[in-house]
Ligand binder design. Structure first.
Ligand SMILES: Nc1ncnc2c1ncn2[C@@H]1O[C@H](COP(=O)(O)OP(=O)(O)OP(=O)(O)O)[C@@H](O)[C@H]1O
Length: 307
């Protein structure tokens, strides 16, 4: 990966109204003393959206003049886990960042093609960037909790940034629920007010997953989330992915073939031949990709013969 920015998963673009675009907010009609109507945002757990399918169609990407992806199409069905595999530099992370509009944050970057979330083009000019980023969360290779913020506040940081009001009981519920889903609750339940930066690397990564889950994403993108973790932490993250199946659509970039085989339903093998942009050589059912690939290059890669 190159030096693209590592942002919190809940980056907010202040030009837009973050409350209006939040999937967790409902609006109560309220009247001020002068009789003027005003809407008040409040937290509503029942408003949590279901997993959504992602369809990438004919995606090409450039950094300056250099084309790094060429007409890549991939369907990521709702509630499934898709692994993106392939040698270094073939465009997996670039593709992942295109799925939640992070690629466009790199000044020289451009792209062509479309990404549809439940049929809606996230690049449609009518669509808000913040809405796309909130529905499509991201976890990075390097854990990035807010170090001085408590574990409790870290978990619900997205709620706060969205300006959504929640009662103490609702926040407590969300903190526990998100930390449980991220397989971290038992380890931190007695020290929720301690700083997130005081956790181990593996725990920090799971805290970041909990923070992403707390804003109820429909899709969770994970860019080599275990590459800096020990085997135990890796197993916990994989358990989390397993438990999210059906509830959230997960797309994970991994260099670990055993991990791809363990966690994913479908796999996409990316490859960039010398001086050419990355393409998907083969994609399909993970079992088939590992045991009876159609393309010799896929067979060579999954069996460790190159890359
Ligand atoms: N910010 C950037 N500016 C210029 N070129 C970039 C930038 N980020 C990535 N690239 C280039 O785009 C190509 C694809 O990079 P990308 O990080 O998407 O590949 P990758 O398959 O995820 O690699 P890795 O597995 O090593 O993370 C590479 O040639 C890389 O050098």
């Amino acid at each position: 990966m190159r030096n693209t920015p590592e942002l919190p998963t809940v980056a907010i673009d202040h030009v837009e109204d973050p409350v209006r675009s939040s999937p967790l907010a409902v609006f109560d009609e309220d009247r001020t003393l002068s009789g003027r109507r005003q809407d008040k945002a409040r937290f509503d757990l029942s408003a949590r959206p279901a997993a959504a399918g992602l369809e990438a169609e004919e995606i090409s990407a450039w950094f300056g003049e250099r084309k790094v992806l060429d007409r890549v199409s991939l369907s990521m069905p709702a509630g499934t886990v898709t692994a993106l595999i392939g040698p270094s530099g073939c465009g997996k992370s670039t593709f992942l960042r295109i799925l939640n509009r992070m690629h466009e944050m790199v000044p020289s970057a451009s792209l062509a093609g479309s990404v549809r979330l439940d049929g809606q083009d996230i690049y449609d000019p009518q669509q808000r960037i913040t809405a796309a980023r909130r529905s499509i969360g991201m976890v990075f290779q390097k854990a990035n909790p807010f170090p001085a913020m408590s574990i409790y506040e870290n978990t619900i940081a997205g709620l706060k940034l969205s300006g959504i009001k929640a009662t103490r009981a609702e926040k407590d519920f969300l903190v526990e629920d998100s930390l449980r889903k991220a397989s971290l609750w038992d380890e931190v339940k007695d020290r929720l007010q301690q700083p997130g930066g005081g956790l181990s690397g593996g725990q920090q990564q799971r805290l970041c997953i909990a923070r992403s889950l707390a804003v109820s994403p429909q899709v969770l993108l994970m860019d080599e989330p275990c590459s800096a973790l020990d085997p135990t932490s890796t197993r916990r993250v994989e358990e989390t992915i397993e438990s999210l199946r059906g509830q959230v659509t997960v797309v994970i970039v991994t260099h670990n073939m055993q991990q791809a085989a363990r966690v994913s339903d479908t796999c996409a093998f990316f490859l960039a031949a010398q001086n050419t942009p990355g393409v998907i050589v083969e994609h399909g059912d993970t079992d088939a990709m590992f045991h009876s690939p159609r393309d010799q290059r896929t067979s060579d890669y999954v069996n460790g013969r190159f890359g």
